[in-house]
Design a protein around this ligand. Structure first.
Ligand code: ZN
Ligand code: ZN
Ligand code: ZN
Length: 223
Protein backbone atom coordinates (compact mmCIF):
# COMPACT_ATOMS: atom_id res chain seq x y z
CA UNK A 1 0.00 0.00 0.00
CA UNK A 2 2.77 2.39 0.98
CA UNK A 3 4.80 1.58 -2.14
CA UNK A 4 1.73 2.17 -4.25
CA UNK A 5 1.08 5.61 -2.78
CA UNK A 6 4.72 6.53 -3.03
CA UNK A 7 4.99 5.71 -6.72
CA UNK A 8 1.70 7.47 -7.34
CA UNK A 9 2.97 10.65 -5.75
CA UNK A 10 6.26 10.41 -7.61
CA UNK A 11 4.32 10.33 -10.83
CA UNK A 12 4.39 13.97 -12.05
CA UNK A 13 0.98 13.57 -13.67
CA UNK A 14 -0.62 12.60 -10.41
CA UNK A 15 -1.14 16.09 -9.07
CA UNK A 16 -1.83 17.78 -12.34
CA UNK A 17 -4.52 15.19 -12.95
CA UNK A 18 -6.30 15.91 -9.68
CA UNK A 19 -5.38 19.57 -9.31
CA UNK A 20 -8.42 20.88 -11.12
CA UNK A 21 -10.86 18.30 -9.85
CA UNK A 22 -13.95 19.01 -7.83
CA UNK A 23 -15.06 16.27 -5.48
CA UNK A 24 -18.65 15.54 -4.55
CA UNK A 25 -18.95 16.35 -0.83
CA UNK A 26 -21.30 13.39 -0.35
CA UNK A 27 -19.59 10.51 -2.17
CA UNK A 28 -16.20 11.97 -3.20
CA UNK A 29 -16.73 11.25 -6.88
CA UNK A 30 -14.38 13.56 -8.82
CA UNK A 31 -15.61 15.94 -11.51
CA UNK A 32 -13.69 18.31 -13.74
CA UNK A 33 -16.34 21.03 -13.64
CA UNK A 34 -18.04 22.60 -10.68
CA UNK A 35 -21.50 22.59 -12.29
CA UNK A 36 -21.13 18.84 -12.93
CA UNK A 37 -20.86 18.32 -9.18
CA UNK A 38 -23.98 20.40 -8.71
CA UNK A 39 -25.88 18.36 -11.28
CA UNK A 40 -24.62 15.11 -9.80
CA UNK A 41 -25.80 16.09 -6.29
CA UNK A 42 -29.22 17.13 -7.57
CA UNK A 43 -29.87 14.00 -9.60
CA UNK A 44 -28.04 11.29 -7.66
CA UNK A 45 -28.22 12.38 -4.03
CA UNK A 46 -31.32 14.57 -3.98
CA UNK A 47 -32.99 12.54 -6.69
CA UNK A 48 -34.28 15.60 -8.48
CA UNK A 49 -35.65 15.39 -11.98
CA UNK A 50 -35.49 18.90 -13.38
CA UNK A 51 -36.29 17.99 -17.00
CA UNK A 52 -40.03 17.53 -17.50
CA UNK A 53 -41.32 15.97 -20.70
CA UNK A 54 -43.70 18.34 -22.49
CA UNK A 55 -45.79 15.46 -23.82
CA UNK A 56 -46.35 13.26 -20.74
CA UNK A 57 -46.05 13.78 -16.95
CA UNK A 58 -42.66 12.05 -16.73
CA UNK A 59 -39.66 13.98 -15.40
CA UNK A 60 -36.08 13.10 -16.25
CA UNK A 61 -32.83 13.79 -14.44
CA UNK A 62 -30.71 14.89 -17.39
CA UNK A 63 -31.13 16.56 -20.75
CA UNK A 64 -29.87 13.46 -22.54
CA UNK A 65 -32.23 11.10 -20.74
CA UNK A 66 -35.12 13.40 -21.63
CA UNK A 67 -34.05 13.26 -25.27
CA UNK A 68 -33.83 9.43 -25.14
CA UNK A 69 -37.25 9.25 -23.49
CA UNK A 70 -38.84 11.35 -26.23
CA UNK A 71 -37.37 9.39 -29.12
CA UNK A 72 -38.26 5.98 -27.71
CA UNK A 73 -41.62 6.73 -26.11
CA UNK A 74 -43.13 9.56 -28.13
CA UNK A 75 -41.53 9.37 -31.55
CA UNK A 76 -41.85 5.63 -31.32
CA UNK A 77 -38.57 5.06 -33.08
CA UNK A 78 -38.95 1.32 -32.88
CA UNK A 79 -39.23 0.36 -36.50
CA UNK A 80 -38.86 -3.39 -36.02
CA UNK A 81 -42.18 -5.04 -35.24
CA UNK A 82 -42.55 -8.68 -34.29
CA UNK A 83 -44.87 -10.41 -36.76
CA UNK A 84 -46.22 -12.70 -34.04
CA UNK A 85 -47.17 -10.28 -31.27
CA UNK A 86 -46.75 -6.80 -32.84
CA UNK A 87 -44.38 -5.69 -30.11
CA UNK A 88 -41.94 -3.11 -31.47
CA UNK A 89 -38.18 -2.93 -31.09
CA UNK A 90 -35.52 -0.34 -31.68
CA UNK A 91 -33.02 -2.68 -33.35
CA UNK A 92 -33.07 -5.78 -35.51
CA UNK A 93 -30.93 -7.59 -32.98
CA UNK A 94 -33.34 -7.05 -30.08
CA UNK A 95 -36.25 -8.20 -32.26
CA UNK A 96 -34.37 -11.36 -33.21
CA UNK A 97 -33.59 -12.14 -29.56
CA UNK A 98 -37.26 -11.55 -28.67
CA UNK A 99 -38.46 -13.96 -31.37
CA UNK A 100 -36.06 -16.68 -30.32
CA UNK A 101 -36.99 -16.44 -26.66
CA UNK A 102 -40.68 -15.64 -26.83
CA UNK A 103 -41.99 -17.45 -29.86
CA UNK A 104 -40.90 -21.04 -29.64
CA UNK A 105 -44.04 -22.22 -31.41
CA UNK A 106 -46.82 -20.99 -33.63
CA UNK A 107 -50.51 -21.73 -33.57
CA UNK A 108 -51.48 -23.71 -36.67
CA UNK A 109 -55.12 -24.36 -35.94
CA UNK A 110 -57.61 -23.43 -33.28
CA UNK A 111 -60.90 -25.32 -32.96
CA UNK A 112 -63.04 -24.46 -29.96
CA UNK A 113 -66.16 -26.55 -29.33
CA UNK A 114 -68.50 -25.09 -26.84
CA UNK A 115 -71.41 -26.60 -24.98
CA UNK A 116 -73.19 -23.57 -23.62
CA UNK A 117 -75.72 -25.60 -21.66
CA UNK A 118 -73.08 -27.27 -19.55
CA UNK A 119 -70.73 -24.30 -19.63
CA UNK A 120 -68.12 -26.63 -20.97
CA UNK A 121 -65.55 -25.87 -23.66
CA UNK A 122 -62.97 -28.00 -25.44
CA UNK A 123 -60.38 -25.71 -26.99
CA UNK A 124 -58.36 -27.80 -29.40
CA UNK A 125 -55.22 -26.14 -30.65
CA UNK A 126 -52.42 -27.43 -32.86
CA UNK A 127 -49.06 -25.90 -32.03
CA UNK A 128 -46.13 -26.15 -34.42
CA UNK A 129 -43.09 -26.36 -32.18
CA UNK A 130 -39.93 -24.77 -33.58
CA UNK A 131 -36.49 -26.35 -33.20
CA UNK A 132 -34.49 -25.60 -30.06
CA UNK A 133 -32.72 -22.25 -30.50
CA UNK A 134 -28.94 -22.23 -30.38
CA UNK A 135 -27.50 -21.55 -26.93
CA UNK A 136 -30.63 -22.75 -25.16
CA UNK A 137 -30.49 -25.90 -23.09
CA UNK A 138 -33.16 -28.49 -23.91
CA UNK A 139 -34.45 -28.33 -20.34
CA UNK A 140 -34.93 -24.55 -20.46
CA UNK A 141 -36.47 -24.86 -23.90
CA UNK A 142 -38.90 -27.57 -22.75
CA UNK A 143 -39.99 -25.41 -19.82
CA UNK A 144 -40.40 -22.32 -21.97
CA UNK A 145 -42.46 -24.17 -24.58
CA UNK A 146 -44.99 -25.45 -22.07
CA UNK A 147 -45.01 -22.24 -20.11
CA UNK A 148 -45.82 -20.46 -23.37
CA UNK A 149 -48.56 -22.95 -24.26
CA UNK A 150 -50.19 -22.58 -20.84
CA UNK A 151 -49.94 -18.81 -21.08
CA UNK A 152 -51.51 -18.94 -24.52
CA UNK A 153 -54.55 -20.83 -23.20
CA UNK A 154 -54.96 -18.75 -20.08
CA UNK A 155 -54.64 -15.54 -22.08
CA UNK A 156 -56.93 -16.63 -24.91
CA UNK A 157 -59.66 -18.25 -22.81
CA UNK A 158 -59.09 -16.21 -19.62
CA UNK A 159 -60.51 -18.58 -17.01
CA UNK A 160 -62.16 -17.19 -13.89
CA UNK A 161 -60.68 -17.96 -10.47
CA UNK A 162 -63.02 -20.85 -9.86
CA UNK A 163 -63.06 -22.28 -13.38
CA UNK A 164 -61.89 -25.85 -13.73
CA UNK A 165 -59.40 -26.63 -16.46
CA UNK A 166 -57.59 -29.69 -17.76
CA UNK A 167 -55.28 -30.63 -20.63
CA UNK A 168 -54.87 -33.42 -23.11
CA UNK A 169 -51.63 -33.38 -25.07
CA UNK A 170 -51.03 -35.48 -28.13
CA UNK A 171 -47.86 -35.78 -30.17
CA UNK A 172 -46.51 -38.29 -32.66
CA UNK A 173 -43.66 -38.81 -30.19
CA UNK A 174 -46.08 -40.62 -27.89
CA UNK A 175 -48.63 -42.11 -30.30
CA UNK A 176 -50.06 -44.73 -27.98
CA UNK A 177 -50.91 -42.50 -25.09
CA UNK A 178 -52.05 -38.93 -24.68
CA UNK A 179 -50.63 -36.97 -21.81
CA UNK A 180 -53.70 -36.21 -19.74
CA UNK A 181 -53.99 -33.73 -16.92
CA UNK A 182 -57.22 -34.00 -14.95
CA UNK A 183 -59.54 -31.08 -14.27
CA UNK A 184 -58.48 -28.71 -11.52
CA UNK A 185 -58.74 -25.05 -10.53
CA UNK A 186 -56.93 -23.07 -13.22
CA UNK A 187 -54.33 -21.69 -10.81
CA UNK A 188 -53.34 -25.27 -9.94
CA UNK A 189 -52.54 -26.04 -13.55
CA UNK A 190 -48.93 -24.94 -13.71
CA UNK A 191 -45.98 -25.73 -15.95
CA UNK A 192 -44.43 -28.12 -13.38
CA UNK A 193 -47.57 -30.30 -13.43
CA UNK A 194 -47.58 -30.37 -17.23
CA UNK A 195 -43.91 -31.28 -17.50
CA UNK A 196 -44.20 -33.98 -14.83
CA UNK A 197 -47.15 -35.54 -16.65
CA UNK A 198 -45.42 -35.50 -20.03
CA UNK A 199 -42.26 -37.05 -18.64
CA UNK A 200 -44.36 -39.81 -17.00
CA UNK A 201 -46.03 -40.55 -20.32
CA UNK A 202 -42.74 -40.53 -22.15
CA UNK A 203 -40.81 -42.64 -19.66
CA UNK A 204 -40.97 -45.70 -21.90
CA UNK A 205 -40.27 -43.69 -25.03
CA UNK A 206 -36.53 -43.57 -25.61
CA UNK A 207 -36.55 -41.32 -28.67
CA UNK A 208 -38.69 -38.54 -27.29
CA UNK A 209 -38.75 -35.49 -29.48
CA UNK A 210 -41.48 -32.89 -29.07
CA UNK A 211 -40.51 -30.96 -32.22
CA UNK A 212 -43.27 -30.94 -34.81
CA UNK A 213 -46.99 -30.56 -34.33
CA UNK A 214 -48.44 -30.85 -30.88
CA UNK A 215 -52.18 -31.18 -30.40
CA UNK A 216 -53.36 -29.79 -27.12
CA UNK A 217 -56.91 -29.71 -25.85
CA UNK A 218 -57.64 -27.22 -23.11
CA UNK A 219 -60.80 -28.27 -21.34
CA UNK A 220 -62.60 -25.58 -19.46
CA UNK A 221 -65.65 -25.68 -17.19
CA UNK A 222 -67.00 -22.28 -16.23
CA UNK A 223 -68.07 -22.29 -12.59
ZN1 ZN B 1 -21.87 12.16 -4.94
ZN1 ZN C 1 -42.92 11.87 -22.18
ZN1 ZN D 1 -43.29 -11.18 -30.50
Amino acid sequence: MRTYLFTKILDPNFFSLYKNMFGCPVCNKPFSRKYSVKGHILTVHEKQRPYPCDICPKKLSTKSSLKRHKTVIHENRKPYACDSCNKKFATKYVLKRHKINKHLFEVVENRPTENKRFRFCDNRVTFRIKPIPENMSSLVWFNKVFEGILQYFKKTYSPGDNDMVGLTIHNSAFPDRDAFISMRRHKDLDVETVIKTISNVCQSNTSFNITGDLDVCYKQIKM
